[in-house]
Write a protein that binds this ligand. Structure first.
Ligand code: DUC
Ligand code: ZN
Ligand code: ZN
Length: 477
């Protein structure tokens, strides 16, 4: 047999299940061997002192998406995926958002046009269903699932996206029929509107009141409602971006009853709080932290860690949803200054997801390195049907991050490689940082230098999720 194209030699290989010193041999972009004293490679990387882990898979990022009723995003595919590889990721799953008057197929075509030749890492698309018409659910959705778009997201809030209960049930039922995995944004529309209008009438307009307008009660109620609809239709769901104890306990309760309910949490819910939204003095700098659900408080971080440690959450994502701070489109634009409701919801974070989870999780003894791999890569691949990704074993794509577990870094905008003009984690100190990112055997980032090409990423049609389908014993069985 020919030699290897690449051998990564002498590192500590960490997967979701095992840790061992080994060499990794790559041929044709695929892992060919993992073992001791492998033969020569045309290219050799000395990984002594580094961890060799599956490249990060961030299954929740927004790129080139017209914002939730507001301005354009700070990242298209080029800058967003550049930031992803800077942070040790090799695959992202952004969204193809259906406008209310648009067909789902049209939305997918539009996002493909924007991503084609503009991606530094591999990518697939989740669908966002905003118009659950008979044509969407009966024709487009099954055809798109068969073509590899095997997951969709729905929203329980936002004027342009919210679905009512009947529509949610119809979407769940249709997803159960064609095997789509449903992700749910759980925050209640009416409660948020009620709170927003009350706050505005009493002059409480600063960015901080964004958090007050959508407390955990609002998230918990919606999570419970989504779980009930999932149970009624017998359709598994993933509750995304869980921010604290209240929604986490709903998921735990559902799981304890044998329901196939999964949970995702994100970087901001273990590292930011609503206090950050106060800015310097209840000023507009607080808008840098406006995202939904909002960050909560330190006891919520503990609850989220508990959910991570006990398996309530399967995935840890960034929910990268970047907007500018300055400028006409920015979070502090004049319109935004007239009230928190105008501040676009979302923050950039694809580059810091892995370092912050490593630093706060592994370094502080809350999770093992193997759990880190499961939470940042392997579980994303398994749940979302990325059958060639998320593992370091022969036959899998050679998507690898070489990780320096002891490197101390102060997070700063210059390291982010994203399109936004700030990072919410400016000055945040971490231990652990990606030394190199390898995409299908090619080194695309090394020592902070981007070496990959903007047309180096491939679109990934995905298999049907092993979690999708109908739960046994559903009322309609
Ligand atoms: N939901 C997301 O998933 N991302 C950002 C904003 C939001 O509401
Ligand atoms: Zn959401
Ligand atoms: Zn999101």
């Amino acid at each position: 047999m020919d030699g290897f194209d690449l051998v990564i030699r002498g590192g500590t290989v960490v997967t979701a299940s095992d840790t061992a010193v080994a060499d990794v041999g790559v041929r044709g972009g695929v892992i060919a061997a993992v073992g001791l004293e492998l033969g020569r490679g045309r290219q050799e990387i000395d990984a002594a002192g580094l961890l060799v882990m599956p490249g990060g898979i961030d299954s929740h990022v927004h790129l080139a998406q017209p914002a939730f009723g507001g301005p354009a995003m700070a990242d298209g595919f080029e800058s967003g995926t550049r930031s992803a590889i800077a942070g040790g990721n090799t695959t992202v799953l952004p969204f193809a958002l259906q406008g209310r008057g648009e067909s789902l197929r049209q939305a997918v075509e539009d996002y493909h046009r924007q991503a084609d030749g503009q991606s530094y890492c591999d990518y697939g698309f989740h669908l966002i269903v905003a118009n659950p018409s008979a044509a969407t659910l009966g024709q487009d959705l099954p055809a798109l699932v068969a073509a590899g778009y095997t997951s969709l997201k729905i929203f329980m809030t936002y004027d342009d996206l919210v679905l009512n209960d009947r529509e949610i049930l119809e979407v769940f039922d249709a997803a159960g029929e064609c095997g789509a995995l449903v992700m749910v944004h759980c925050e209640g529309y009416d409660a948020i509107r009620f709170m927003t209008e009350k706050l505005e009438r009493s002059g409480r307009m600063a960015p901080y009141y964004h958090a007050v307008s959508r407390p955990q009660t609002v998230e918990r109620e919606a999570a419970h409602r989504a779980i009930s609809h999932a149970e009624l239709t017998g359709v598994p769901i993933m509750i995304v971006h869980v921010s604290g104890r209240e929604a986490m306990e709903q998921i735990r309760w559902a799981q304890s009853r044998g329901l196939k309910i999964m949970g995702e949490t994100c970087t901001q819910y273990i590292s930011l709080t609503a206090e950050d939204l106060k800015g310097l003095n209840m000023d507009e700098t607080g808008s840098k932290y406006v995202c939904s659900p909002p960050p909560r408080d330190r006891p919520s971080w503990d609850a989220i860690w508990n959910g991570i440690q006990t398996g309530v959450f399967q995935t840890f994502s960034s929910d990268h949803c970047p907007f500018y701070f300055e400028g006409e489109m920015g979070k502090k634009n004049p319109k935004a200054r007239t009230g928190f409701r105008w501040v676009p919801n979302g923050i950039p974070g694809v580059a810091v997801r892995m370092p912050i989870l490593w630093s706060e999780g592994v370094v502080k003894g809350r999770i093992t390195a193997n759990q880190f791999v499961a939470l940042t890569s392997t579980n994303h691949a398994r749940i979302y049907g990325l059958t060639n990704k998320g593992a370091l074993a022969p036959g899998y794509d050679a998507d690898i991050v070489l990780w320096d577990p002891a490197r101390k870094v102060t997070i700063t905008q210059a390291l982010m490689e994203h399109g936004a003009d700030y990072t919410p984690w400016e000055g945040f100190e971490v231990t652990g940082w990606p030394q190199a990112t390898i995409l299908r055997g090619e080194v695309v980032m090394e020592g902070g230098r981007i070496l990959g090409r903007k047309d180096g990423g491939r679109f990934l049609p995905r298999a049907v999720s092993p979690m999708a389908g109908r739960m046994a014993g559903a009322p309609l069985d």
